[in-house]
Design a protein around this ligand. Structure first.
Ligand code: ARG
Length: 458
């Protein structure tokens, strides 16, 4: 298709490095949609005849159904998706096919196709993130009052509720959705009509083809339109951050399901066995989600590095934008499905969680707060008194609740028997009812708010 001035065919290696059909065939739907929009606009503007426009449109529909039914034969000799479609169009409708490429280049074509593909993918990921949030909010509602230890430095810190912990991931997913939505808003401009790099002498109506493809407007600068890959970078950045969130949760699932911790059990549906150790129940899906994050971060890095040295406008380097991005986004989709499945599947061991929540003097802060509230002792001093009481309990080998009142009073005479009311893990979590706190009442309210906002389960 570009052979006019060439006397010989490319070397086999030249062809191998150049060919992109194995990757960009995934753009077939977007490529055909963009060609249809372009042809209709050419017809409307009188740049090609109405009959040619109609034939092209019809031929493209035929190609779409050929591809979707698996009848289409992709040819490596035709390099990429654009030339595969156009060559087949020529077979189907003859010379009129040759008019489709009027006022167009593969440069604005591929920029358009990939924007559309990324936009479609963002919409799919957003729907999956919403489903993941729903699964989390449902599990949170069911576990609004399930008590577990909260950690800082992975040391028992204060009791929290399992529902509250799960809702933290709902918030993260909400920000992830916001980042994808931002990327989508900015990418939604049409490169079509930028042609190779400079625009075209034909009287195009760029707004018309842009509208037909659901773009908000045509891109304002032809050089930028064909050479911008920010839309891929931004989407990969959003994907990398989302993956990091999933990975943190996956790591917690691995930890929680370890017999050493035993907070959560996954069923046979989301675990695998060992070929040698019959007792094993491995959280492979969580481990793989954690590992696949490397691919997402890698894809973002790889494309940043591809782009960083490129002068305007289109450079062939940009052909390398698709493979990594497509793989990373499809891995993210799989990870979201796996995490959603695991959230629904996981069963907390409430007894074990609660016992762990009470260990490690986790209500020491509640004791200090009580001294501040009841006896108006400055917090710093209350902290010191409580520290001494914890040391005494530790020495006696008992919990704060079990430490006899007289032992506490030896350290701080103002302490009365009323203090026992704040030392239980139930009282501790119930008292943290400021906005954003872990109290069961808050969790119930927030989980319901999310479920209402997210709509019914699909
Ligand atoms: N396969 C190319 C890509 O993905 C399409 C654009 C080719 N343009 C060109 N001038 N060779 O970037």
């Amino acid at each position: 298709m570009w052979g006019g001035r060439f006397g010989a065919s490319p070397d086999a290696v030249m062809a191998d490095i150049n060919i992109s059909i194995d990757v960009d065939r995934k753009l077939y739907r977007q490529d055909i949609a963009a060609s249809k929009a372009h042809a209709a606009m050419l017809g409307k503007q009188g740049i090609i005849s109405p009959q040619d426009a109609k034939q092209i449109n019809h031929g493209l529909d035929t190609i779409l159904s050929e591809i979707e039914s698996g009848k289409f034969r992709f040819k490596r000799a035709l390099e990429d998706i654009h030339m595969n479609v156009e060559a087949r169009l020529a077979e189907l409708i003859g010379p009129a096919a040759g008019r489709l490429h009027t006022a167009r280049s593969r440069n604005d074509q591929v920029a358009t196709d990939f924007r559309l593909w990324i936009r479609d993918t963002i919409d799919e990921i957003d729907a999956q993130l919403a489903t993941y949030q729903r699964a989390l909010a449902e599990k949170a509602l069911a576990n609004a009052a399930t008590i577990m230890p909260g950690f800082t430095h992975l040391q028992t810190a204060q009791p929290v509720t399992f529902g509250h912990h799960l809702l933290a991931y709902v918030e993260m997913a909400a920000r992830d959705r916001g980042r994808f939505a931002d990327a989508r808003r900015r990418l939604n401009e049409s490169p079509l009509g930028a042609a190779a790099l400079a625009g075209t002498s034909f009287p195009l109506d760029r707004a018309l083809s842009a509208m037909a493809l659901g773009f908000d407007r045509p891109a304002a600068n032809s050089l930028d339109a064909v050479s911008d890959r920010d839309f891929v970078l931004e989407t990969l950045a959003a994907a990398a951050i989302t993956s990091v969130h999933l990975s943190r949760f996956a790591e917690e699932i691995v930890l929680w399901t370890s017999p050493l911790v035993g907070f959560v059990r996954l069923s046979d549906n989301f675990t695998t066995g060992s070929s040698i150790m019959p007792q094993k129940r491995n959280p492979d899906a969580a481990e793989l989600v954690r590992a696949k994050t490397g691919g997402a971060i890698g894809a973002l890095n790889a494309l940043l590095i591809v782009m960083k040295g490129l002068p305007l406008a289109y450079q062939k380097d940009m052909q390398e934008d698709k493979d990594g991005a497509m793989q990373a986004l499809s891995a993210l989709s799989l990870c979201l499905a796996a995490m959603t499945g695991m959230v629904a599947d996981m069963q907390p061991d409430a007894e074990r969680m609660k016992a762990a929540a009470g260990a490690g003097y986790s209500t020491a802060t509640d004791l200090a707060d009580w001294l501040v509230r009841i006896h108006k002792i400055p917090f710093r001093e209350a902290h010191h008194i409580t520290g001494r009481i914890v040391a005494a309990a530790e020495k006696a080998g008992v919990s704060l609740e079990q430490l006899p009142l007289v032992d506490m009073q030896r350290i701080e005479p103002r302490i009365t028997k009323d203090v026992s009311g704040v030392l239980s893990v139930e009282r501790s979590v119930a008292s943290r009812k400021t906005y954003g706190g872990t109290a069961p009442a808050n969790v119930t309210r927030e989980a319901k708010k999310w479920l209402k906002r997210l709509g019914k389960t699909a």
